[in-house]
Each structure stands twice: as structure tokens, then as C-alpha cells.
Design a protein around this ligand. Structure first.
Ligand SMILES: Cc1cc2nc3c(=O)[nH]c(=O)nc-3n(C[C@H](O)[C@H](O)[C@H](O)COP(=O)(O)OP(=O)(O)OC[C@H]3O[C@@H](n4cnc5c(N)ncnc54)[C@H](O)[C@@H]3O)c2cc1C
Length: 428
């Protein structure tokens, strides 16, 4: 159902108000008398950093929180496309963990979690240490499914970058786009469902087109796509027609978009048996839950970790919660906004279980903004509630084609406010 957004003026203040309300439970006496209960959070991204921060902040020291994250700076995938398009600089999408340690007394450990012993309730780290927990929260994001694009594996990511985990990959893709010969071809191999950020590949196409239109106007963009349709398709295709006519071609499954192979050594893309040479090839493979979820024995045959919507606890283990992209939860898209929203529900549930604080019914929300061209922003979003079966959508909204320039500019500006708000909510 495509409804217009009744709440279209979502500002930084309202984002915080709408999503924080669920966690303002009253403090209650600690139920674990001996020592502070220990929470270990694995993954310091949209889900993990938010959960760690909310548990530490709202428990006011009653819970001992450790965050395990290998990177010393988190580069957000959200707005990484705007960096590719020249609308943000790289530093603006990077965030440190300093305030989580200094302001919220979270024990930030820069290491990889390599195993979870659920019987002993202990997490092993690559460096050799182990961390015991009363509750474990995993928010490891995604990993790529081996073999999903024949010819591509991680050893080829420098020749054919994915840029679907932000950081050096994003910088590499930008450098490759800027180095394209005049009239050259940029190709994207788009992923099958489900994958993180459903509009993400198509916002990226818009941003690449924006750059090429100025620097390389005879260049071509090719999307090889295994999906029949994609998120906000009508809005993107309308925008591409208006801003970048004749530049973008999409090959869907009817024409071999689901039968693709790549040859990185010769920069060839083979679609339905027909090889073509391209100058940049952005391969976004099929995805599954970050590997630690599998090592912990929490995923099912789908490759994702089933969770109980009311608390985000794993269906395999009530002492472990899984958030964000890695979770198999129902109707929410895999987005930073969703992960942040799920993290607050989870933080409230964990705090309630460990300290006896009040737990309110789970409510979730999501909005995904995309930039198509300068000041031309669109969005899709929804509200959700936890049912016994899944996180279920209750209502939704989407931008419309033909909206005024003022509306599109306001939508883009909303997204700027959201970015500042979620960054503060994760790392502030
Ligand atoms: C191009 C692009 C654009 C996007 N745009 C948007 C947008 O506009 N809005 C939006 O809401 N979402 C957007 N997203 C989606 C968003 O980035 C993800 O959905 C979100 O980051 C998911 O949060 P997460 O906590 O599950 O994973 P992440 O944010 O990826 O965090 C996972 C963290 O876990 C760490 N980790 C993994 N394994 C381990 C381990 N074994 N031990 C310790 N740490 C580990 C990783 O280092 C990482 O820091 C976009 C994504 C892409 C790729």
C-alpha cells in the first residue's frame, strides 16, 4: 500500500522523540544482587552501538556493558552513496567510539568475536581473551554468500569493489569512478533479495550518474539485476529520466540479469552468455547474516537469525539477542533506521530482564531516504509492531512522482537531520 506520509516533517527532534519514547521506562531496583549483570554487545554499528549506549545510559551504571568491535572508526553505509556523489566528504560519515567509553562508561574492546559458547555464556575474541555475559547482543551486519556471483570472491574486491561495507571499499569505488575513461561504462551487479538497504543500489546509481553527468557526460551506466522489481522503482526511474536521460540501462531477469558471471582479470561481465568489457564493475553479492551469528548457531536455512519480535531475542537462545541486518524478524527492511529502532526495543527488554525496569510493548519504525539528484530527495517508510509471529507492518508511506521541487528539497533536508540524529543516538 502506498500512502502519502502524514508525518512528512520528520525532523531530528521528532526522530529522537518518536524512537526514544519506547525506552523511557522507570528505573527499578536491580534484581541481580551480587555484582552487576554483564551485557556483551558484538558489533558497533547501527544496532550494536545503539543497544550498548541505551543499556548503559538508561541503567545508570546498574549494568556492566562491553562492546566488541574490530574497527576504531565506524564508517556508515548510510550516506556513503552521498559521498560517492560528492554531497558529503569521507570524514563526515566516520564516527569514533570515544564518547561511548568516556560518557557512558562502556568497555569498548577493539577485537573480533570469533566464537560464542552458549552453554558457558562466553564470547571468545580473536586476540585470545574471552568475555562472560548474562545477556549477549549480536549485531554483526552482513556477510556475502560465497559463489553468488560466479567469478567473484573477496580476493577480487579491489578490481571489482562491492562498497557494501563502508570504508576503504567506498573510497576505492569513488576513485575508480573518477578514473573512468571518457565515454566508459560503469556496471553494477545488483543483489537478489533480501539485502541491506533495498533502495541502496539505486541511490548509488543516481549518485554515480550525478558525478558522471558533470565529469564524463558520454559515459554509460549498466545495472545487471536479478530482481523483477526494486524499491522505489517508479521514483528512481522517473528521476533518472529527468536528470540523466539516456545514461542508465537496466537488464532485469527477463534479459539475463539473473544469469551473470564476472571475469575480474579482463574486466568482463557475462550476461546470459554474452561477454562485455566494462571500466568499473561494482559487484554487490547476495547476502547473509554476519558470520558470527552462524558460528553462534543462531541462523536457520535462510542464512539469517530468527528472533522474537517483542524482545529481539534469538529463537534458539533466550540469553542472546540479534539485531539489525542479521535478524530474521518479519516485515522491516534491513536498514540503519530499522537496526537503531530494534536496538531500543532490545535495550529496554534486556534492561527489564536484568534490573526489573518497566518494559513497554515493542514498537518500531523505519524511513529510508534516497537522493536522486541535487535537492531531489525521496523516501519510503512504515511503522511496525511486535506480534508473536513477526515484526508486522501497521502502516506506511512513500514519496510520489510529480512532487514539487520544494517537497523534494524538504525531503532531502529531512534526511540530513535524520543522519545527525541517528549518529548522535549511536555514538553521542
Ligand atoms: C550503500 C548503502 C547505503 C545505505 N543507506 C542507508 C540509509 O540511507 N538509511 C538506512 O537506514 N540504512 C542504510 N543502509 C543500511 C545500513 O547501513 C545497515 O542496514 C545498517 O548498518 C545495519 O546495522 P547493523 O548493526 O545490522 O550492521 P552494521 O551497521 O554494519 O554494523 C555491524 C558491525 O559489526 C561489526 N562486526 C561484524 N562481525 C563482527 C565480529 N565477529 N566481532 C565483532 N564485530 C563484528 C562490524 O565491524 C560492524 O561495525 C545503507 C547500506 C548501504 C550498503
Amino acid at each position: 500500500m502506498n500512502l502519502r506520509n502524514e508525518n512528512s516533517g520528520l525532523s531530528r527532534r521528532r526522530f529522537l522523540a518518536s524512537t526514544v519514547a519506547a525506552t523511557t521506562a522507570l528505573s527499578a531496583p536491580a534484581v541481580l544482587a551480587q555484582g552487576r549483570p554483564r551485557v556483551v554487545v558484538v558489533g558497533g554499528g547501527a544496532g550494536g552501538a545503539t543497544a550498548a549506549r541505551y543499556i548503559a545510559k538508561d541503567s545508570e551504571g546498574a549494568v556492566d556493558v562491553t562492546l566488541v568491535e574490530p574497527s576504531r572508526a565506524y564508517y556508515s553505509c548510510f550516506f556513503s552513496n552521498l559521498y560517492l556523489g560528492g554531497f558529503r566528504d569521507f570524514a563526515s560519515i566516520g564516527h569514533s567510539y570515544g564518547a561511548l567509553a568516556a560518557r557512558h562508561e562502556i568497555n569498548v574492546v577493539h577485537d573480533w568475536a570469533v566464537f560464542v559458547d552458549r552453554d558457558k555464556r562466553s564470547v571468545e575474541l580473536a586476540g585470545g581473551a574471552s568475555l562472560d555475559y548474562d545477556r549477549l547482543i549480536l549485531s554483526p551486519g552482513i556477510d556475502f554468500r560465497p559463489g553468488s556471483v560466479p567469478g567473484w570472491d573477496l580476493s577480487q574486491q579491489n578490481r571489482m569493489p562491492h562498497a557494501y561495507k563502508a570504508g576503504s571499499q567506498t573510497q576505492l569505488l569513488k576513485a575508480q569512478i573518477e578514473a573512468m575513461p571518457q565515454g566508459g561504462t560503469y556496471c553494477m551487479v545488483a543483489p537478489p533479495n533480501p539485502f541491506r538497504c533495498p533502495p541502496g543500489p539505486y541511490e548509488r546509481i543516481s549518485m554515480v550518474a550525478h558525478v558522471l553527468k558533470q565529469a564524463n557526460p558520454t559515459a554509460k551506466i549498466l545495472i545487471v539485476d536479478p530482481k523483477e522489481k526494486f524499491s522505489k522503482q517508479g521514483l528512481f526511474e522517473d528521476g533518472w529520466q529527468r536528470h540523466y536521460p539516456g545514461m542508465i540501462e537496466r537488464i532485469g531477469p527477463d534479459f539475463g540479469g539473473d544469469r551473470v558471471e564476472v571475469r575480474p582479470s579482463t574486466m568482463e561481465v557475462v550476461v546470459d552468455g554474452e561477454a562485455m568489457t566494462v571500466d568499473v564493475c561494482n559487484v554487490i553479492p547476495a547476502q547473509q547474516a554476519g558470520r558470527i551469528a552462524a558460528l553462534a548457531g543462531l541462523i536457520d536455512e535462510s542464512g539469517w537469525a530468527p528472533v522474537v519480535p517483542h524482545t529481539m531475542e534469538s529463537r534458539a537462545d533466550a540469553n542472546v539477542h540479534v539485531l539489525g541486518d542479521a535478524a530474521l524478524q518479519g516485515d522491516m527492511p534491513k536498514s540503519g533506521f530499522s537496526a537503531n529502532s530494534q536496538a531500543k526495543v532490545c535495550a529496554m527488554a534486556v534492561r527489564g530482564a536484568l534490573t526489573g525496569s518497566t518494559v513497554f510493548p515493542a514498537r518500531f519504525s523505519n524511513t529510508c531516504w534516497s537522493l536522486i539528484g541535487t535537492d531531489d530527495g525521496v523516501k519510503v517508510g512504515a511503522s511496525y509492531e511486535g506480534t508473536d509471529e513477526k515484526i508486522a507492518k501497521t502502516d506506511g508511506f512513500i514519496s510520489q512522482t510529480g512532487e514539487s521541487e520544494e517537497t523534494r528539497k524538504a525531503t532531502y533536508e529531512e534526511s540530513l537531520g535524520w543522519y545527525d540524529a541517528i549518529a548522535g543516538d549511536m555514538f553521542g
